[in-house]
Design a protein around this ligand. Structure first.
Ligand code: A3P
Length: 882
């Protein structure tokens, strides 16, 4: 039609202008008319979005494997290598990466590949001293990587000797990248080895050695034809039988001298079998500019670590099509698109057994397209049994916008009814929220409504912990709903046509052929992809993309593609990564995307600005009480469960989520008003607390109080006796603190609670790995007792809080209590309750002596730490160390 319409207007133009002696005026008028007619026709098609669908067919996957070309390979494709060692290995599954500088590019890429593959690593800048390689006769690293192999070759003799000895003794291999130089080398010898290099070469056509025992992820037999990126390749030459090529390439410019001359195969990666010095190595003649090198690097890591750093080859794939029925008129699926979807599903399932597209529907938008698109909707429903289904929201609304749970329930119920009426299965247990809203940051109402209406057990998001960088996306479980990480394939709602793909078709192509999309499959054992309805209409880009990448994976890798329904997939995920089950709540206000999908009723001003972290029995209640007297400092509401303290960051409360935590704080009137704080004395020694607190409150200030750990231990013991704890009543203090590990559990537990919090240095160091010292204030508990006014002054300075309050008239020593107490309006004193500042017999000397020795090394570490932080050494510490 468009072509016809244009032809009509062209005819008019021709007639006017080809008439005998056309005047310029007539010609101009004709041209104007032509323009107007063309514009009208064009705008008609553009407004109906039919332009492209009329004039073109969607692109078809055209990828072909070359591996059938047997001429190019020496032997048949070898079976997948299993990298295992016969002997017992004595090293940790960790990689040591020597980077050239802290910021060098290839080094950063190496780390990124390791991170994406979840391989642990440590970075050292080459040239500095060698890190400790062993720990109690166990190697700390399985593979050593040199971003620049030169740095290995030029290491000083002593360090080089140590490193080589470590590699030989622990069967640890080395990967080195041999860079090009400014000066071009031809046949230069690598210092100390019978291996020669030529540098700065331009190469083409990349061949793998099919008989190499390194290939595991990488499938032998395929050839990459064409020029290789960058003109700085290094090639290797040797006659020594210790070396074997893993890959070859050919020179880009080869001039044969005689007709028999053929372009040579030049080794670009060589494997050193260690015949020369007992060390296995893999040397790369270029970095990661060539796409295949990341894969070969992972294979080398797997090989050199004797399989300790290799991962299963199975990859699970789930392709969600969000927003079924949603979409602007003219961009939706038509019956032919649905048929194409079914056919593609069948083709994919011949490679990925049992594969089904997973369709997420919003019933409200059913039949809201053009006539043909409405038929497309019906075609989907007629074929409902051929797909997997999951509910989106009824109207594709963002759940976080609704605080009223009954609205969400109602919305979901309508979608549920729609499913029932149209034969859509309702039992997948999986759902995805539109725009990722409400999944993370968590909107509790969404989780609750999902459970009530759909019995949802699984969802997925790209937002946990953050969208970028995608290699760090993880899963978590909240309220028994498993949240899977989701991957993006680069297709969004507005990507309708190949040539309008951002960056052009070539960009999509390179993502498929060894780029981002390809590596998502390599790195992630479980891939849940997000696509949209519009990606299956129009150019059907999603079909093109997935069929192409699956084919490409088949050609180049030994990955075995599988699929599972969402519920089983999620169970598999958390079996693989059980450590991810527990979430870490990150501050929603520090991520723009999170903020955009967080209820406007919530505000980070409803979170504390400082934390009194304990430990218990050091005077935390007194400090808490004095702070609460300040007009702008506001504490949390008391918790009935945990004796006033919220105790969020340690223990089970953390799993109640951020909304639960925030409910303990008043809604702020404005961000500069109240200075919220929370005191939970158990935070100090909780293993996970610094990490969790920092994730949520990275800018918070921290306050800890310290008294002699001996006195603290005794105070805790007395506290437990006062609470009629049977163990504390049964055993003397000395018996408790000297109990050994064979003692009854209740006694060991009491001993631990007496002793562990007092290992101050160890706990402080943990906090200081997350928070800078400038955010931490350490209060001497003895000073708090003897001169609380001075402490409150220092504390206000530390917080930089206004107004500054002079506590002189607000606190008074109460001789009866033996402590400072609040001065009431009636000028009497209000002291802390009977359980604070108790009267009990002095600590027995034997226990004191024992504890002085017990805490000695910890106290020495504390005094060093305080000196490092330029803080004064309290008198009690000097006494304990004397
Ligand atoms: P004792 O009861 O063993 O003397 P916490 O509140 O962290 O549990 O600490 C309780 C300790 O705070 C008390 O331990 C007491 O020594 C100390 N403390 C400090 N200043 C106090 C005050 N003004 N009133 C009561 N106790 C105070």
């Amino acid at each position: 039609m468009v072509v016809e319409g244009s032809a009509v207007s062209q005819n008019i133009l021709n007639r006017f202008c080809s008439a005998s002696q056309p005047t310029i005026k007539r010609c101009l008028a004709a041209a104007l008319l032509f323009g107007v007619v063309s514009m009208v026709i064009l705008s008609y098609y553009v407004s109906n979005n039919q332009w492209h669908s009329v004039i073109r067919e969607p692109p078809q996957p055209s990828f072909r494997c070359h591996s059938h070309n047997k001429r190019l390979i020496k032997s048949n494709i070898s079976a997948t290598n299993i990298h295992t060692a016969s002997g017992k290995l004595r090293f940790d599954p960790k990689v040591l990466v020597f980077m050239e500088t802290q910021y060098s590019r290839l080094g950063k890429h190496i780390c990124e590949v390791l991170e994406a593959s979840r391989i642990k690593y440590k970075v050292e800048v080459a040239g500095k001293s060698l890190p400790l390689l062993t720990n109690h006769d166990k190697g700390k690293y399985a593979v050593i990587v040199f971003e620049n192999y030169e740095k290995y070759l030029s290491m000083n003799k002593w360090n080089r000797g140590l490193l080589d000895k470590y590699c030989v003794e622990y069967s640890v291999g080395i990967i080195g990248f041999v860079p090009s130089k400014e000066e071009t080398f031809v046949g230069a010898q690598l210092k100390g080895f019978p291996l020669f290099i030529s540098t700065n070469l331009k190469l083409k056509d990349y061949y793998l050695n099919p008989s190499s025992s390194i290939l595991r992820l990488t499938r032998a037999g395929e050839v990459h034809f064409g020029a290789l990126p960058a003109g700085d390749w290094t090639i290797f030459k040797t006659n020594d039988s210790s070396y074997e090529a893993l890959a070859w390439a050919r020179p880009q410019h080869f001039v044969p001298i005689s007709s028999e001359d053929v372009s040579p195969f030049l080794p670009v990666i060589v494997q050193d079998h260690g015949l020369f010095d007992g060390i296995h190595r893999v040397l790369f003649g270029n970095g990661f500019k060539f796409w295949l090198h990341k894969l070969l690097f992972l294979d080398s890591v797997s090989f050199l670590s004797h399989g300790k750093l290799s991962f299963p080859l199975r990859r699970y794939l789930l392709i969600d099509i969000d927003d079924i029925f949603v979409g602007e008129k003219g961009t939706r699926m038509k019956p032919a698109d649905v048929q194409a979807l079914l056919q593609a599903q069948e083709r994919i399932s011949s490679i990925v057994p049992g594969f089904h597209f997973n369709l997420g529907f919003s019933g409200k938008h059913y039949h809201r397209g053009t006539e043909e698109e409405n038929e497309g909707d019906d075609e989907l429903l007629e074929n409902a049994v051929s797909f997997w289904w999951f509910p989106h929201m009824w109207g594709h609304t963002k759940p976080h916008l609704f605080n009223n749970i009954s609205y969400l329930e109602d919305n979901m119920n309508r979608n549920y009814q729609f499913a029932k009426e149209h034969g859509i299965p309702t039992d997948s247990g999986y759902s995805v929220a539109p725009h990722h809203s409400g999944v993370y940051p968590v909107h509790e109402q969404l989780y609750e409504a999902w459970k009530r209406v759909w019995n949802i057990r699984v969802t997925s998001t790209e937002e946990y912990p953050h969208l970028h960088p995608s290699r760090f996306r993880r899963g978590f479980i909240h309220r028994n709903i498993m949240v899977l990480p989701r991957q993006t394939c680069g297709l969004y709602t507005h990507n309708l046509f190949m040539e309008r793909y951002p960056g052009g078709a070539a960009r999509l192509e390179s993502s498929i052929r060894g780029g981002d999309l390809f590596y998502q499959f390599v790195f992630n054992p479980i891939n849940v992809f997000m696509t949209h309805l519009s990606n299956y209409g129009n150019d059907r880009l999603a079909l093109y993309t997935f069929e192409s990448v699956i084919k490409f994976l088949q050609c180049w890798t030994n990955l075995q593609l599988s699929t599972l329904p969402p519920l089983q997939l999620a169970e598999k995920y958390f079996q693989m990564f059980p450590e991810e089950s527990n979430p870490v709540w990150v501050n929603p206000c520090l991520d723009k995307r999170h903020l955009a999908i967080w209820s406007s009723k919530k505000s980070c001003d409803q979170l504390p600005k400082f934390l009194v972290i304990g430990p218990q029995k050091t005077g935390t209640t007194a400090l808490y009480t004095f702070l609460s007297m300040h007009p702008t400092i506001v504490s949390n509401y008391p918790s009935a469960e945990t004796f006033e303290e919220v105790q969020f960051f340690n223990g089970k409360n953390y799993f109640k989520g951020l909304d639960w935590y925030m409910s303990f704080f008043p809604v702020p009137i404005n961000s500069t008003g109240n200075y919220l704080f929370e005191k939970s004395a158990t935070y100090f020694d909780g293993d996970l607390v610094p990490l969790r607190a920092h994730a949520l409150l990275p800018h918070a200030k921290l306050v800890t109080i310290m008294i002699s750990p001996i006195r603290r231990a005794y105070s805790w013991y007395q506290h437990m006796r006062a609470h009629k704890d049977t163990t504390a009543l049964k055993y003397e203090f000395y018996e408790v603190v000297t109990a050994n590990d064979k003692a009854p559990k209740n006694l060991r537990d009491l001993r631990n609670r007496c002793l562990n919090p007092g290992l101050y240095a160890q706990h402080l160091e943990r906090w200081l790995t997350f928070y800078p010292p400038s955010q931490l204030m350490i209060i001497d508990g003895e000073e708090l007792k003897a001169d609380p006014v001075a402490v409150m002054n220092k504390f206000q300075q530390f917080l930089k809080i206004t107004p500054f309050v002079d506590f002189t008239n607000h606190l008074r020593y109460d001789p009866q209590k033996g402590f400072y107490c609040q001065v009431t309006q009636q000028n009497s004193t209000k002291c802390l309750g009977r359980n604070k500042g108790r009267h009990y017999p002095p600590i027995d000397l034997l226990a004191q002596k024992f504890l002085k020795i017990f805490y000695l090394s910890s106290n020495i570490a504390l005094s060093k730490l305080l000196t490092r932080l330029r803080l004064p050494i309290p008198q009690w510490l000097e006494d304990d160390l004397s």
